[in-house]
Design a protein around this ligand. Structure first.
Ligand SMILES: [Zn+2]
Ligand SMILES: [Zn+2]
Length: 170
């Protein structure tokens, strides 16, 4: 994908509408595997405001991932946004942590990497098929969302566990 910014050379143009899709099979990161079930959609606008170019972009995606608790795959539809200032890439890049700047060269803007990075940032820390996922039995591995088992699992408060470890060292 490449967006042509040369339209802004015309002073009358105050905004450019953008819309499209990014084809991407999936993302692997931190031992996680996200599989996209359809192309990632994006839709937004680049505005010219006081000589600056500002981007507002909505991103839509459907993905499949394995639940971190019960290990079953689940499918989710989600959306997020990118807001950033666009700037011509300078000779020497000065890192400015305070501002979200996306650089472009020769009036061409490529947002693909930014779209993927934004999705990664927006993903939940821990993938869950649902907030109420009961997970697997730590003893027999039965998926407690589907059936019960007769295992007796000692339910130890993690804080108490720490205390127990502490005293057993003495
Ligand atoms: Zn689950
Ligand atoms: Zn069990």
């Amino acid at each position: 994908m490449s967006i042509d910014l040369s339209q802004f050379r015309d002073e009358v143009v105050s905004s450019i509408l953008i819309r499209g899709q990014v084809e991407r099979e999936g993302i692997d990161f931190n031992g996680r595997r996200i599989k996209f079930l359809k192309p990632i959609g994006y839709e937004g606008e680049i505005y010219r405001v006081d000589g600056e170019k500002l981007l507002y972009l909505e991103i839509f995606y459907r993905y499949k991932e394995d639940c971190g608790r019960c290990l079953e795959p689940f499918i989710r539809d989600d959306s997020t946004t990118i807001t950033a200032k666009l700037s011509m890439k300078p000779e020497e890049l000065v890192e400015d942590e305070d501002e979200d700047i996306i650089y472009y060269t020769d009036d061409r803007l490529n947002l693909q990497d930014h779209i993927i990075d934004t999705i990664i940032l927006f993903l939940p820390m821990k993938p869950l098929c649902g907030d109420d996922c009961k997970g697997l039995c730590p003893k027999c591995g039965t998926n407690h969302n589907k059936e019960k088992c007769d295992c007796v699992v000692e339910d130890i408060d993690p804080r108490l566990e720490k205390l127990k470890e502490f005293f057993s060292d003495k």
